[in-house]
Design a protein around this ligand. Structure first.
Ligand code: F6R
Length: 580
């Protein structure tokens, strides 16, 4: 940030960094200009209740919270990184693919150059300083950017001009300005305390101070402002212990919002879908499981769809037919494995549909049409309400294709009412008791069939990421093809019983496990004698996946609680995966 009157902006930057910690929380750092020197304070670990030692005033500063790519989690590797001459401090998001080559070149050009970190990022600080020895800072910035390969966003603090420079390629960056100064962040939520008027920096754009340029042509560009539809209060925990808990509790409201706004977009969605006879559904992690659910639900209305994990999709997208519509699913709209594919398809002038939560994210802006998931900010790294919003979106879309919207709307309203009942103390006590039991198991298996199989996958992922437990999901039909060899007396298996035509077969699987001494937790709308433990929900025609999803998410939360872990920020993870 750059402000007009000196103040302790290092503390402000640290406060805003806490809002951005979901992007990475291995280490953090802040740099400000004080009396012609760049002061850097950084450390490993989460920011927590850190209070910065330095309190003096400054006009310009930058900060960073890291998710390590190159170089371990150490104080030296934390950003910002200083240039050899002390003129620049840089923060970086991305991977400089040719950093070793650049490092070699710089070592030859700059006598006694010492790299203080093992990061690729530090190279850019020295490269810029080297170029700025003979060029204006603008020219040096453009020249340095042209040398760097890969998807990278940089924000640079320039001591000489008391200024900040920024560049976006791949990783997101937002700019905003008010009477007091101007600001950059990798997510608009960090800018909310300053202003709601923002500019989402586009691919290949550069800011020199508060002026916008194209990196390619070096010509200046006009800033087109946008108002954020967010409140600072959206970023509070509202009395819950964790964001994930708040976000699961918001699910009924999210479903109701989607029901009430769906009619406005039904026509444009149907028009785009009906121009195609097949669909590719692409997402990562939880969003991939939501794509799998879409694949099953579309099949139920006789439409052909194939779900791909973003990281595996490129080969299939390369040869995608004109009659196949690519549909991307994402909470953040910034996941690099999707954005890369979006870029490839855009070049081919293909139409794209997005099911996306973050309005104005890259995916949202680049898609032909977006179905906004309207789940509000999802702060917990572990995704919950956005997953359920995606399932709701599929249920609505499929009912439109099948001309059953009225009945589906009624079922969704009932599902939302029944989900609220899952938050009653009696049910939560039951979930907590079962979580205590499962939290001490070495391995737990999860089985589902049909549309309930992706729910089994979601259950296993939640347990892994929120509680570091080895839960493994399988399609019920696979049990006898190998998996059953893992069952020993006392091994717990969770079976998802969806109250439909898959029930008889999944219950038969449960019996087969039981016959070998295994224990069964049924997630089911009714009790069955094969269950040793039972988590129940009230059945809703064609919408039970929503209730199952909420139950497995609650189980993930209570597994984390049982192990005294923070499910909002699990180890090694970042919410928005913007690097390959
Ligand atoms: C799991 C989780 C991740 C994300 C995945 C995709 O709880 O949060 O698996 O679902 O990283 O992220 P988005 O949806 O932002 O593309």
């Amino acid at each position: 940030m750059v402000v007009k009157e000196k103040r302790a902006i290092n503390r402000e930057i640290l406060t805003e960094l806490k809002t951005l910690e979901y992007r990475g929380y291995d280490s953090w750092g802040v740099a400000t200009i004080e009396n012609d020197t760049i002061l850097v304070e950084k450390d490993t670990g989460k920011i927590g209740s850190t209070v910065l030692a330095n309190t003096s005033d400054s006009l310009a500063g930058i900060g960073h919270t890291r998710w390590a790519t190159h170089g371990g989690v150490t104080k030296q590797n934390a950003h910002p990184h200083l240039s050899f001459d002390g003129r620049f401090a840089i923060v970086h998001n991305g991977i400089i693919e040719n950093y070793l080559q650049l490092k070699d070149e710089l070592q030859k050009q700059i006598p006694n150059l010492v790299f203080k970190s093992e990061t690729d990022s530090e190279v850019f600080a020295h490269l810029l300083a080297f170029n700025a020895q003979s060029l204006s800072v603008e020219e040096a910035f453009f020249k340095s950017l042209a040398k760097v390969k890969g998807l990278n966003a940089f924000v640079v603090l320039d001591k000489k001009n008391n200024n900040v420079l920024a560049y976006r390629h791949g990783s997101p960056l937002v700019f905003s300005q008010n009477d007091g100064g101007y600001y950059f962040a990798s997510d608009a939520i960090a800018l909310l305390p300053y202003t709601k008027k923002v500019y989402f920096i586009k691919e290949g754009e550069v800011f020199i101070g508060d002026r916008l340029f194209s990196a390619k042509t070096k010509k200046s560009k006009k800033i087109t402002w946008q108002m954020l539809d967010l409140e600072v209060s959206d970023l509070q925990k509202d009395g819950f212990d964790f964001f994930i808990e708040k976000e699961i509790n918001e699910i009924p409201t999210v479903i109701e919002k989607l029901i009430s706004t769906y009619k406005n977009q039904e026509k444009s969605l149907l028009s785009l879908l009906n121009q195609h006879d097949e669909f590719f559904l692409i997402g990562c992690g939880t969003a991939y499981y939501a794509a799998l659910i879409g694949q099953y639900l579309l099949a139920q209305v006789s439409r052909i769809a194939t779900a791909y994990s973003g990281g595996e999709a490129s080969l299939f997208l390369k040869n995608i037919k004109k009659s196949t519509l690519p549909i991307f699913l994402s909470q953040s709209g910034e996941t690099i494995d999707l954005i890369e594919q979006v870029g490839f398809l855009k070049k081919k002038k293909r139409k794209l549909l997005a099911l996306v939560n973050r309005i104005s994210s890259t995916l949202d802006r680049e898609s032909t049409l977006s179905f906004h998931l309207q789940a509000g900010p999802e702060i917990s790294v572990v995704s919950t309400k956005a997953f359920v919003a995606k399932i709701t979106a599929w249920l609505l879309i499929c009912s439109s294709l099948n001309k059953q919207l009225k009945a589906t709307t009624k079922n969704l309203a009932l599902a939302s009412k029944n989900i609220r009942k899952l938050f009653l103390a009696e049910n939560l006590d039951k979930v907590a008791k079962i979580a205590n039991l499962l939290s001490i198991q070495n391995h737990v298996f999860v089985l589902g069939r049909g549309v309930h199989y992706p729910i089994a996958l979601e259950c296993a992922l939640k347990a892994k990421e929120a509680a570091y437990l080895h839960f493994e999901a399988f399609a019920g039909g696979e049990l006898k093809h190998g998996v059953i060899a893992l069952i020993e007396p006392g091994t717990w298996t969770i079976v998802i019983v969806g109250g439909d035509e898959e029930d008889a077969n999944i219950l038969a699987n449960a019996e087969e496990i039981k016959a070998r001494g295994g224990k069964i937790l049924g997630i089911s709308p009714y009790f069955h004698q094969v269950f040793d433990e039972w988590l129940s929900f009230e059945s809703v025609p064609n919408a039970n996946v929503l209730l199952e999803a909420v139950l497995v998410q609650l189980l993930g939360l209570y597994l984390a609680k049982a192990k005294n872990l923070d499910p909002d920020k699990p180890r090694n993870l970042a919410k928005s995966v913007t690097v390959k």
